[in-house]
Design a protein around this ligand. Structure first.
Ligand SMILES: C[S@@+](CC[C@H](N)C(=O)[O-])C[C@H]1O[C@@H](n2cnc3c(N)ncnc32)[C@H](O)[C@@H]1O
Length: 253
């Protein structure tokens, strides 16, 4: 990643590059497979569900809500970067051609007989909003937001990307938690002990965080951790990040 330009400016985040590299190819599926397996398992085996789900920092990819879509009534996608929100709006209106590898893989996990287009439409039917969000703000969805709280929140590779230190990470967990109903579930997926991730010609800097720091941030925000797991970085993913691994936490508020 040496030749890339270091940035913290999400105006430099290219949604088309991201989808091409993390959703569209055989390599992308290898990179995403562990998350897809985990999300499928969590929603089927842990009996997680509810009325309203918020995906925090969705980026331009809806892979994190495919499994969830069978277990909630309403899905809200969100992101900080306007170009990612625009990409998601185009996805919702079917104004862009959607790579099918990720959805086909989830269909294989679910053992259903649908096409990727049919399963993608099932997800679209649940989407009720595509919202601007800033997890560094005490009012992440904006001070004017009065749309209510959520029963399930998913955040995948967003919170460590949004800040540069552990204190900032803790605050973001608290901000996100303010959007979750009591008794609700937070599924938080992220990088362990890495600072950079490539998107296009840029490497985006975030906080390097370890297991103890993740768990204490969750405990401090009032969560009971139901599951904490770590996974190694694949050879394919190591091309795009300096992270040592990934964590996934499932916790109740
Ligand atoms: C590495 S991408 C992850 C996208 C997607 N969730 C995934 O799992 O592939 C990080 C995302 O976090 C978003 N982001 C960065 N800063 C943020 C902030 N302060 N609040 C909310 N989202 C932020 C970026 O715009 C980007 O879409």
């Amino acid at each position: 990643m040496e030749d890339l330009t270091e940035t913290r400016d999400y105006a430099n985040f290219d949604p088309y590059w991201y989808v091409e590299h993390f959703n569209a190819t055989d390599e992308a599926l290898i990179i995403m497979q562990t998350d897809l397996d985990n999300l499928h398992k969590i929603f089927t085996e842990y009996n997680i569900g509810g009325k309203r789900l918020l995906d925090v920092g969705t980026g331009p990819t809806i892979h994190s809500v495919i499994s969830a879509s069978r277990h909630v009534d309403e899905i809200f996608l969100s992101d900080y970067a306007p170009q990612n929100l625009e990409y998601l709006r185009k996805w919702l209106k079917k104004d862009i051609s959607e790579p099918t590898k990720i959805i086909d893989y989830v269909i294989s996990l679910e053992g259903c007989k649908m096409t990727a287009e049919e399963r993608g439409n099932q997800v679209r039917e649940k989407v009720r909003g595509i919202l601007p969000i800033d997890v560094t703000s005490e009012t992440p969805l904006g001070s004017a937001y009065d749309g209510g709280k959520f029963d399930v929140i998913i955040s995948s590779y967003c919170i460590e990307a949004a800040v540069l230190d552990v204190t900032g990470y803790r605050r973001c967990i608290e901000h996100v938690s303010s959007l979750l109903n009591k008794g609700g579930v937070l599924i938080n997926i992220g990088d362990l002990e890495g600072e950079y991730s490539q998107v296009g010609a840029y490497k985006f800097q975030g906080v390097s965080i370890n297991k103890q720091e993740v768990q204490s941030a969750m405990a401090q925000a009032g969560y009971t951790i139901k599951l904490y797991s770590e996974f190694p970085v694949t050879v394919e993913e190591a091309r795009y990040t300096d992270t040592n691994g990934y964590y996934i936490v499932v916790a109740t508020k």
